[in-house]
Design a protein around this ligand. Structure first.
Ligand code: ATP
Ligand code: MG
Length: 410
């Protein structure tokens, strides 16, 4: 900001960092607003890239940090090539520049429209953002339905901020969300994938899931999951989903890493199961049935949220390893355990077992098997042992509905 000022421009901190600092939280990142246009910003900094088409911004790199520098947006009246709305009222491009007084009205929520001025260390508030911030209210600036139509992703942002900050969504905004939730489907799938990551990977996945469902937004992001939720029986598959979200939140709280593919695999597991069972009933071998079902389910999902290849690859592996856990005899277990994705696949098995979708004894067997030394492992998988043992049968039914029980996961 000082560099921009030195070059003769105005610069303010704006958005999430001001909002979070006012709550005494450490901001995730810093956003700067300026009257310099992206090209001018680029000239001020050596390490600067201009990104975005719909909304051009400058990314200024400082070591590993990226500061997003946005030029003040102009008034919404003069629509031309730089500012384009489609027939549903969605802003396809918003690159008309203006002043801070104009920029403020283009922002989404009043609490996101507070500008911190380094000249006199004051907070500039045109929209009543300070009062809303104090009252813990998320209020869209302007007419809620129009603003959601301009950019339906703002509905996802409302949910994300409400959960993260513990704020309430203003009732008028809520009403508008119920009215226009389905417009989210018009957003390019790549952007929805980015938003899905922000929604589910920041430590409040379970609450976020519940709230997205409440506003009818979840079904747009994960239609196959929503469908399978509608036909839940005896707690399937809702239990598995909830447990997966809960585990993920707990891991983040403990400072552990979480992977997106695990969660997406849990979301779509039921759909894969149903399809693969149908294929097996028609005579497909188990492994082929799983592969085909996975392909189909993924092909449908990427229409809603794009999924990068490394994610879909990992999901496929996680799913196709599940039936392999049923074989507890011979050399297969020793091979399975060396699979690079074994640990994740085992965690997934455990999740299924804990929620009644797989045999708990089977999960316990694999837990003992992992902890055993080589000699013990050989004994455990010896055919003669298998015949005697009641605990580690040769092959178990794939989806035995046992009552959900707890097994430790670590
Ligand atoms: P986070 O803590 O997730 O970074 P944030 O509010 O800073 O939250 P950003 O996506 O970094 O979110 O955006 C920075 C600011 O830009 C927002 O606070 C808001 O003022 C404005 N903004 C971002 N996205 C939109 C949008 N879709 N519509 C209107 N204004 C937006
Ligand atoms: Mg931000």
């Amino acid at each position: 900001m000082y560099q921009l000022q030195k070059a003769g421009f105005d610069a303010y901190l704006v958005g999430g960092c001001v909002r979070d600092l006012l709550l005494g939280r450490e901001p995730k990142d810093f956003d700067v607003a300026t009257n310099a246009d992206p090209e001018q910003v680029r000239k001020v900094f050596r390490n600067c890239r201009i990104i975005g088409r719909r909304f051009r911004l400058a990314h200024v790199h400082f070591g590993h940090e990226v500061i997003e520098v946005a030029t003040f947006r102009g008034a919404g009246e003069a629509r031309n090539d730089d500012q384009v709305l489609n027939k549903e009222g969605r802003l396809l491009r918003d690159n008309v520049y203006g002043t801070i007084e104009q920029d403020v009205w283009r922002r989404d929520f009043t609490v996101n429209a507070l500008y911190y001025n380094i000249k006199d260390f004051s907070v500039v508030d045109y929209t009543g953002g300070m009062a809303d911030h104090q009252a813990g209210i998320l209020r869209l600036i302007g007419d809620p339905e129009t603003r959601f139509r301009e950019d339906p992703v703002r509905m996802l942002r409302a949910v994300r901020f409400a959960v993260k900050l513990g704020f309430h969504i203003d009732p008028d905004c809520e009403k508008a969300m119920h009215n226009v939730a389905e417009l989210l489907a018009s957003i390019p799938s790549a952007r929805l994938y980015d938003e899905a990551l922000k929604l589910f990977m920041s430590g409040y996945a379970l609450q976020t899931f519940e709230m997205l469902r409440h506003y009818g937004l979840f079904q747009v992001l994960f239609p196959a999951t929503e469908n399978s939720l509608a036909v839940e029986d005896e707690g399937f598959p809702r239990l598995l989903l909830i447990k997966a979200l809960e585990n993920s939140d707990n891991r983040i709280a403990e400072g552990k890493t979480v992977t997106a593919y695990f969660l997406f695999a849990a979301f779509l597991w039921d759909a894969v199961q149903i399809r693969s069972k149908q294929k097996m009933a028609k005579g497909s071998p188990e492994f082929i049935a799983y592969q085909e079902a996975a392909n189909e389910v993924i092909a449908m999902q990427v229409k809603s949220t794009a999924l990068p290849r490394h994610i879909t690859l990992a999901m496929r592996e996680l799913w196709s390893l599940q039936p392999k856990f049923n074989v507890c005899v011979g050399s297969k277990p020793s091979r399975l355990i060396t699979h690079p994705r074994f640990r994740a696949a085992y965690d997934f098995l455990l999740l299924r077992a804990q929620t009644g979708g797989a045999d708990l004894e089977l999960a316990k067997w694999w837990e003992s098997y992992q902890n055993a030394n080589e000699t013990e492992q050989r004994k455990m998988t010896a055919p003669s042992q298998q015949a005697k043992s009641t605990k580690s049968p040769r092959k178990r039914s794939y989806r035995k509905k046992s009552k959900p029980q707890e097994v430790s996961s670590d």
